[in-house]
Design a protein around this ligand. Structure first.
Ligand code: B12
Length: 517
């Protein structure tokens, strides 16, 4: 069986350079490694760094003639590209089996299979062993195939669409083979000058999360499915590779592929202080010089500071901390199942990082546009963020994505105004509030971002003695300038000043030159 695992062509975020727009999607080398370990002929293809547009992809699929095309588009906003790839494959060769996976399709498997005859299977949740078993079954003559025996799969049975028993999570992540980075165009990742990981790539040590935030799809995708009564419910579950295994992977990326900056894709990097301490000691012992970006929980940073572990984490190379601040009131955070990181805790953390660890660039993300959002609640949030004064405050309109508790709530209450998933880009408001229209939400985000842009902070950052901080403050200036120029050029007027038709939002993503080629 010949398997292609595909990250299809897609649009880019505006204002970011091409290299800053994508990174190595960990799913591809992880899935490929397990298939290769079991002697399956596998080719992961990431169209973005290779600039493979749809015409080139068609020619490539005609030449490769895979038996199985497995497509990974985790993000809801790119799900249409995943479907397009399956449709194209069936037009080229109807006998090729098409498989989808990732966050979005794991949560929409029923409607995906119902509405799209060109999709044969959806792999739900953690995919390594489900995909392997699917390949093994499809290798057998049809009458011998026992597809419904494969856990974690959605498939058709005549007119019915079935979901098999949930796939148990992999208990010991160290049993997985090292991701097949050698099958990826590693040289082409990290070409960005500024943002995610200049000269770098992605890595992950943990999977899943211990939190169960209402708006987040991460913990759901890697959550544990347990039977409650007659139905399966998803519970947060956190697992991690050992520090030794993670350092082994890190050294391959650092020395074999010369990647000096790593983005840890873990939902929460700093769950276990013992793990963090051991990892940092190994990095120090082996003298690995690298810098890294991580999603860190604020209350765990304070805990680790008290334990003396935070010093070791920064010493190991942490240079960009992304913290989910979300809101400025404990009551609001409680309603999102995120009370553990209170506004006061996040305030203490940003103050600690700025004063004791100036080498760390502090990004704090906030969500606006919940049902009761008004100019008054936004003013309070603005005052809080102004007080916090992180290097980069990022505001995202709440985007109800399938699989999350918030999506069900928004859907059941009829709050979702934009049904076209292409607009779920975390920039375009998808729903209005009891007090603000979608356009007003967008206007408020722009106003807050502009008012929070401080020349003093920018200049201090742009001439910081820490390279990563310098780079990012220059990036912030470049992006702010681009937005302002686009605004002056009136390119943004359509968006900023409500010339948007009340029905279809304005599509902000940028089409790469090679997209159709
Ligand atoms: C790294 C990452 C990014 C990176 C890189 C993305 C890239 N590929 O270029 C960056 C920072 C650029 C990014 C940006 C965005 N991201 Co992002 N990202 C992630 C993150 C943190 C890690 C993904 C990862 O590597 N996971 C580790 C691997 C091992 O797990 P995995 O991808 O889940 O794959 C496993 C299974 O899902 C499954 N699987 C996955 N695909 C497939 C395919 C097949 C065929 C099979 C069989 C199995 C399978 O098997 C894999 C192995 O077990 C996830 C959160 C998360 N933890 O998953 C968010 C996440 C995927 N991103 C998300 C979003 C929304 C975005 C943005 C749109 C918005 C934003 N503000 O971030 C942008 C848009 C991207 C763009 N540039 O245009 C959401 C998607 C939710 C949704 N339903 O839409 C997530 C889930 C975060 C969240 N909090 O909800 N992202």
């Amino acid at each position: 069986m010949k398997v292609i695992i595909l990250n299809p062509p897609r649009y880019y975020w505006p204002f970011l350079s091409e290299g800053d727009n994508y990174m190595l999607p960990q799913a591809l080398p992880c899935l490929a490694a397990v298939l290769r370990e079991h002697d399956v002929e596998v080719k992961p293809i990431d169209c973005l760094p290779l600039r493979i547009g749809w015409k080139s992809l068609e020619n490539l699929l005609r030449k490769e003639q895979p038996d199985i095309l497995a497509v990974s588009t985790p993000e809801t906003m790119f799900s249409h590209e995943g479907l397009k790839a399956c449709k194209l494959m069936k037009e080229i060769d109807h006998s090729c089996t098409t498989v989808l996976g990732g966050h979005h399709f794991s949560a929409t498997w029923k409607e995906t299979l119902k509405e799209n005859k060109f999709v044969d299977f959806v792999v739900i949740g953690e995919g390594e062993y489900t995909l392997l078993e699917l390949v093994r079954e499809l290798e057998k003559p049809r009458y011998k195939q026992r597809l419904t025996k494969i856990k974690g799969l959605a498939l058709r049975r005549g007119k019915r669409i079935l979901q098999t028993e949930p796939r148990p999570l992999i208990k010991n992540l160290d049993e997985l083979p090292l991701p097949a980075y050698d099958l990826m165009p590693m040289k082409l990742y990290g070409k960005g000058k500024f943002l995610w990981c200049p000269g770098g790539t992605t890595i992950h040590h943990g999977r899943g999360c211990i939190g169960n935030c209402k708006f987040c799809a991460c913990w759901v995708q890697m959550g544990e499915k347990r039977k409650v009564g007659n139905v399966y419910k998803t519970f947060p579950c956190y697992r991690t590779k050992s520090p030794e295994r993670t350092v082994e992977e890190l050294e391959i990326l650092r020395y074999k592929y010369k990647k000096k900056f790593l983005l840890f894709t873990d939902d929460t990097w700093n769950v276990d202080p013992k793990w963090s301490e051991k990892f940092c000691e190994l990095v120090k012992e082996r003298g690995i010089d690298f810098e890294w970006y991580g999603f860190l929980r604020s209350d765990f940073i304070l805990r680790d500071e008290k334990l003396g572990v935070m010093e070791k984490i920064v010493e190991s190379g942490l240079r960009h901390a992304c913290i989910g601040g979300e809101r400025g009131s404990t009551k609001e955070l409680k309603s999102l199942n995120k009370a553990s990181c209170s506004p006061d805790v996040t305030y203490k953390v940003v103050k600690l990082l700025k004063e004791k660890y100036p080498e760390v660039f502090v990004q704090v993300t906030f969500i606006v546009g919940f049902r009761n959002e008004s100019k008054e609640t936004l003013k309070k949030l603005y005052e809080y963020v102004k007080l916090l004064d992180p290097d980069f405050p990022a505001f995202h309109p709440i985007t109800p994505v399938p699989g999350t508790e918030f999506y069900e709530e928004a859907k059941n209450n009829g709050w979702i105004e934009v049904k076209d998933f292409r607009y779920y880009d975390w920039m375009t408001p998808i729903m209005s509030t009891e007090h603000l229209s979608r356009e007003e939400i967008e206007m408020e985000i722009t106003k807050m971002s502009r008012k929070l842009f401080s020349v003093k902070r920018a200049l201090k950052g742009m001439f910081s003695r820490y390279a990563h901080k310098r780079r990012l403050h220059w990036w912030l200036l470049v992006v702010a300038t681009k937005i302002t120029l686009a605004h002056l050029a009136g390119k943004l007027s359509e968006r900023m000043y409500y010339k948007i038709s009340k029905t279809t939002p304005y599509y902000a993503m940028v089409k790469p030159k090679w997209y159709d080629k």
